[in-house]
Design a protein around this ligand. Sequence first.
Ligand SMILES: *Cc1c(COP(=O)(O)O)cnc(C)c1O
Length: 368
Amino acid sequence: MPRPIIATIHPEAVRHNLERVRQAVPDAKLWSVVKANAYGHGIENVFEGLRATDGFAMLDLEEAQRLRALGWRGPILLLEGVFEPRDLELCSRLSLWHAVHCDEQIDWLAAHKTQAGHRIFLKMNSGMNRLGFTPERFRAAYARLNALPQVDEISFMTHFSDADVDHGMDHQLQVFHETTLDLPGERSISNSAATLRYGTEGNVRCDWVRPGIVLYGSSPDFPTHDIAHWDLQPTMTLSSRIIATQDLKAGDCVGYGSRFKAEAPLRLGVVACGYADGYPRVCPTGTPVLVDGVRTRTLGRVSMDMMAVDLSPVPKARLGSEVTLWGRASNGAVLPIDEVAAAAGTLGYELMCHVTPRVPKVIEGSGK
Ligand SMILES: *Cc1c(COP(=O)(O)O)cnc(C)c1O
């Protein structure tokens, strides 16, 4: 028998979360962001759940090719555009939309031989200072692009640095709208946080939204709001089993560094999950975990292949009992990935991307 750890992907939850985005912005088209292999879920594993999207957005050409291979004929957008001139050939062949964020990308397009006109999202650096033309240089870039025979359609995008906090977008929004005011073309500005928090407000409304993390059942503004508040469902469950139990006496310690010391007798379970599976080593004693669907806590240091949990609230637990590291337990109880991420001082994004290849992924309901 293989080690009992698995990551279960829930396609129905993906579908539900996409529908939630639709409800939040009924008039907008959706670029479902599937970068980083669908935030660690596997593009192939979420494709069916996202079929009702209007388009897919990512960074890697290889991921765009995989989507075409799955039979997706609709729009695909490369959020960072191309990385070198010859990438443009694949853009033409696979009919990919691509961002243009710098002068070099315009040079490459100007030299590109193509029959089919390209669809461009011209990117503005409205304050995040990663990618894009500054407002001062934006209109000159637009004029250059607009004069190219290789270009069929120009739309506009920018990306928020602080959409998860109050008034975090005000300045960027103002700059973006002022600069593009009289330019014809579609607009895309909102990530998950902006979409759920402000999606229909007049100055935030846009033609295309770009939800990522909400599709994967993590709250874009945790701990201000959790997934229950946004009515999102977990799309990945990391689960394993108890492979041993120990009865501690008062004063006994647990794991490397003896970081946990029992003050009273306590029964613990050893779980087949460690940092080599992608569970964060920095999670301290007290990180929430479910055993047989009952909430309890971790004890001591997470080691490479194992970790310990407190069985006090689950006296019936024994070897083989189900452990839910995050996601949904068999009894329906939910442990949001955001709570585990918070204990590790990080975000749900990082945890879902870091599940390691040795953890088998199974799709719920597929028998696989
Ligand atoms: C990753 C990304 C998104 C999605 O962000 P979320 O916070 O996951 O919703 C949107 N736009 C761009 C440009 C991105 O890189």
